[in-house]
Design a protein around this ligand. Sequence first.
Ligand code: SF4
Length: 132
Amino acid sequence: MPAKLSKLEERALKVLMKYEKEGILQSELWHKLGVTSREGSRIGIKLEKKGFVKRVKAFANDRWTRRLVPLISQMDISSLDGVPCPSCAFEQLCGPKSEHHFNQCVLIEEWLLKTPQPEKSEHPLNQAAADK
Ligand code: SF4
């Protein structure tokens, strides 16, 4: 079960996701969130305990501090644009044991046919085959 986040922790994660690769000094995060160093420090510790960030020792501005490096990354879900499931009346019932299932779903089939497919050479499976 995913860890519950407070509103402030959610805001902190949103800021942190902009620094996915290199992370951000915790003092910069406090500044961006408009919280005290004490509150900011607690947020960093809580996010680390919940597995969202790694607190790495760093030397900056003539003193030792912590850099918060996100351990999660943003997903690109643009390929799901227009998928019919969120507005489907059968969404709660749909599944492998139900009579409504994506394997036989006309709406999914229509959506797939309307969705532009990547060029064959751009498809990751074709790339892997070409690399062999
Ligand atoms: S797969 Fe089809 S039936 Fe199932 S939720 Fe999506 S649109 Fe609805």
